[in-house]
Every structure is written in structure tokens, then in C-alpha cells.
Design a binder for this molecule. Structure first.
Ligand code: IDP
Ligand code: MG
Length: 136
């Protein structure tokens, strides 16, 4: 089995879309193997998004991801799970995300794009270690 890391971001929880988003992952036959609803603290958010430190949207991104509870998920599938999830998510900019994807169907703004999914197998393991140290 192969795992990835997913966040239903604060906008998704606020909009009562947890069921909609997790339902899409489950209907694809991916499995939730760990889950926690948590308000992410700033230090953890900055570590998670370290690749974006210095970009103009970094401060706003950290404000957004820490503003209210997010659903943190470890998701398991048979192989290439990070890629399967990224395809279900759609493009980063919801205005360009394909219909049928979470972002394409449910979001409009880049800063409120509902879902995070790791962008490689290596990122998945790095992010799981940050948010679920006991799952290492
Ligand atoms: P991803 O979430 O599709 O992997 P990344 O490029 O890793 O996209 O960016 C992380 C998050 O930062 C995005 O999901 C989005 O919320 C935010 N973001 C990325 N680029 C911009 C931007 O140009 N303006 C505002 N927010 C952005
Ligand atoms: Mg990313």
C-alpha cells in the first residue's frame, strides 16, 4: 500500500464540505488511515509550506491555513496515491481546474481552493512526519 497526505483546508470545513471531499476520495476506493480535525499552528504551517517562503502570497497562505480547523488526513491506495489524489483535486487555480475535480466543481479563488495533496511520494512522507509524527 502507498500513502499520501491530504488537508481539507479551513474553507472546506467552514463550508461543510468535509463529507463531499472525503466522499470523493472514498468513492475512488482510497482509504482514510488517519484523520484529525485541528487548527494548524503558524510554525507547523510555515514548515509545511516552506517551499513557498519568500513568495508574495506566503503570509496570506499561512494566515488562511491557520484561521480555523482543518481536517488532516493520511490517505492510502494501491500505488501512486499522491498522483491519484492530485488528479481528483484539480489544478491549483480553481478557475483553471477541470470540471469533475474538487477545485473545478467547488471553488473559484486560488486562496480558497479547499484541498491540499502532497505533490510527490517524498513530499507525502515529509508531510505525514510533520502532521502525524506517530505515523512515521
Ligand atoms: P498546490 O496546493 O496545488 O500544491 P502550490 O503551488 O503548492 O499548489 O501552492 C500552495 C497553495 O498556496 C495553493 O494551494 C494556494 O492555496 C496557494 N497559492 C499558490 N499560488 C498562489 C498565488 O499565486 N496566489 C495566492 N495563493 C496561492
Ligand atoms: Mg503544493
Amino acid at each position: 500500500m502507498d500513502r499520501t497526505f491530504v488537508i481539507v483546508k479551513p474553507d472546506g470545513v467552514e463550508r461543510r464540505l468535509i463529507g463531499e471531499i472525503v466522499g470523493r476520495l472514498e468513492r475512488k476506493m482510497l482509504r482514510v488511515v488517519a484523520a484529525e480535525l485541528r487548527t494548524i499552528d503558524r510554525a507547523t504551517a510555515e514548515r509545511h509550506y516552506a517551499e513557498h517562503d519568500g513568495k508574495p502570497f506566503f503570509a496570506g497562505l499561512v494566515d488562511f491555513i491557520t484561521r480555523s480547523p482543518a481536517l488532516l488526513l493520511v490517505i492510502e491506495g494501491p500505488s501512486d496515491t499522491w498522483k491519484v489524489v492530485r488528479n481528483l483535486m484539480g489544478a491549483t487555480n480553481p478557475k483553471e481546474a477541470a470540471p469533475g475535480t474538487v477545485r473545478g466543481d467547488l471553488a473559484i479563488e486560488m486562496g480558497e481552493n479547499l484541498i491540499h495533496g502532497s505533490d510527490s511520494a517524498e513530499s507525502a512522507e515529509r508531510e505525514i512526519a510533520i502532521f502525524f509524527p506517530s505515523q512515521g
